[in-house]
Design a protein. Structure first.
Lengths: 156, 156
């Protein structure tokens, strides 16, 4: 078991573009219950199964296993809740921290979220200029919730 | 991905006892949705994560992975739906088929189910004398449903 400590922000503008390499993520959920999400993900030709507990103080339990790519694709195609989440994740180093900027596609197109993983919940974070409002505790931005209520359906 | 073809029966009496060895199973669910159940199981000191699709014609897709025992126990203790399922499974060879007799404990005490795994859905099965009514298609007997509605709460 690992513990994930993560803060999540909106981005202000496009100045982050070009700062890091992007990789395509295709993922879906076998459970979107906040107490026990179960995610299937395919990235860079590998399959992963990830179980996460409820987020408390930006922290949650996380269990991740590599699974056969064929299994992951079959579960995404046949078992996972609809819609799937597709996004490109850009990895950007900034002042010693690794930022991950997720640009969503499909029913969540238009949504861009910046995440930073921390060593402790109270770690001081120097925010890059392109980082805007924090949304760590806003459940609308949980990937699991972007299925039931995708960004394209949010009221302006 | 494997395909599981299974028929499930009640037992008539106790004459199956002594015909096979028993092993203790402790298991819980991260999802009990019929389209995508996710089970955590500990048996014989090993942890397993198992994903199953919906049952159609006694057949369902199944993906099973061995996971660290400590992860499985932590997920059972902290993440899985309540109550957990505890049972002793007896493995009994009978006329070339392997029968698994599950004797449930806790909130499902009193329930005994015999299962047989088949090579095809139309395989002819010679039923042992102690095998009673078939309940393959009765959702009350799905392990996942024995959590929300345990046997001890069924009306007589």
């Amino acid at each position: 078991m690992a513990t994930e400590i993560e803060r999540k922000f909106l981005v202000k503008d496009d100045t982050w573009r070009g700062l890091g390499e992007g990789g395509h993520y295709r993922q879906g959920y076998l459970s979107t219950e906040p107490d026990r999400t179960v995610r299937v993900r395919v990235v860079a030709g590998k399959g992963y199964l990830t179980i996460k507990g409820r987020t408390v103080d930006a922290t949650r339990a996380e269990y991740e296993y590599v699974i056969p790519l064929a299994d992951a694709n079959a579960m995404l195609d046949e078992l996972c809740e609809r819609p799937l989440i597709e996004k490109t994740r850009y990895r950007i180093d900034c002042q010693g921290l690794l930022w991950e900027v997720d640009e969503f596609e499909g029913e969540n197109a238009g949504l861009v979220i910046a995440e930073v993983e921390l060593a402790s919940a109270d770690q001081v974070v120097a925010l890059p200029d392109w980082v805007g409002e924090e949304v760590t505790t806003d459940p609308r931005y949980y990937n699991a919730n972007l299925i039931a209520n995708p960004f394209s359906r949010w009221a302006g």
